[in-house]
Design a protein around this ligand. Sequence first.
Ligand code: G3H
Length: 541
Amino acid sequence: MDFNATLRNIFVEENDIPQEFSLPGLIHQREYLSNGAMKTWDGPVHEVYSPICIKTENGLERKLIGSYPVCTAAEADESLDAAVAAYNNGRGEWPTMGVAERIHCVEQFTGRMIEQKDIIVKLIMWEIGKSFADSVKEFDRTVEYIYATIDSLKNLDRDSSGFDIVDGIAAQVRRSPLGVVLCMGPFNYPLNETFTTLIPALIMGNTILFKPPKFGTLLHYPLQEAFRDCFPKGVVNIIYGRGNTIVPGLMQSGKINVLTLIGSSKVANELKKQHPKVNRLRAVLGLDAKNAAIVTSNADIELAVKEIILGSLSFNGQRCTALKIVWVHRSIADEFLKKFSAAVAQLRFGMPWEKGVSLTPLPETNKIEYLDSCIADAVAHGASVVNENGGGSEGSFFYPAVVYPVNSKMKLYHEEQFGPIVPVVPFDDLEETIEFLIESTHGQQVSIFSNDADEVASLIDPLVNQVSRVNINTQCQRGPDVFPFTGRKDSAEGTLSVADAIRAFSIRSLVAFKMNETNKQLINEIVHEDTSNFLSTKFIF
Ligand code: G3H
């Protein structure tokens, strides 16, 4: 069988979709949450086609799984007004609520979210083509992240429940919310990465406008009623519509206090510029990256291959942290490429529900043309695909291509391919790799593969000032989620992690007073009578 026939055969006919992984039916969403109510939409809708194609008599066709509202700027503005009213200049029920009560609301929401696990996991798989096993992991990791955020906030609150006394002035320092947060997540981790900003923003007392990603939209539908029931009216609003139609107006209103986006630096740049009061806007951003692996002549090649396979091809290379370019010392390049290509050939490809599958169909409709164009450009500049069947495609599936030797004339050297192509660049002098990172517009992470301590040390010091995480003999990754996740240059703004995120979405405020008898009595009265949620010595256990 030729390889294209093999690729076509990974897809199945409608009747051969295993029952336990099927959706309960078409999901035609016609309601959206705004100002504490589910509003009915009878305007235009977007039809959702899965990256999973079905074999039909007309060939492979993406399967229709449902549709969702394409609202206009008018509906987005109504939701903005609702979020502004719920915040009420910091005087709303939610921003003034005690921390323990806010935590209770988030716990209730998480319980309701867990009840929806089955449908959400299936929708992750059907909407973005992530393997079922990884879709389950994404869900579980998100729930763990929420519980870790709650614990972290409890610790922060305990640490803030006393008074500091310096130079005769006493103060209680706590963190307060910032206002209305516009939250947008990416398609590759549509639940997890969205919630790693949305939940910390919410729990700190902000009000939310949440725009689900372009792919991975329907999976948020089962959570709307939980948001409605667990939080006061207008605290969480979910907006639907074309980003370029509804988001610019929200920014131009000047009523957004925080923009949080996991996505492209180009979009972030454009949106920030729309805000009339740039100094009032805080941005918490996770953006593009072109993380490099550097495999030196002293590397353990087997280990490097194993880690770089994971780093470059997990979820088909569609991770912001993916290794997107591999520098290999020329003296070991042939051996590396041989072993790497053999390891690619071992990867199981197929439908996302198959056990052990690691390569699956791609959600973006024009992606395969783009990946083909990257390969054509590399070939035109002297490289070739070195692994068997590399770059083959059928329907929405693209088989990984290892491209060598890549140089600075090629798109693959500069662009974030965000897909299953592994560009490999030979080098003679480690200085070439440092120069690449200096000149790169990105600065998220790097992976160094070497067993020579002096060599590793000589790379660590220059590279920690180019990127935000240097991994030694280990692939690039975001986790563990308690570690700081950030980047330099066009890769990020602000730092996310369980503990950092609750700080990113809040500001320190303090109540201070001179320690005279009148003030001491006054403050004691407030604390004893429990008349302020902020000025309080209550301790959350
Ligand atoms: O897409 C970017 C994600 O933050 C990557 O997370 O490294 O855990 O896959 P991960």
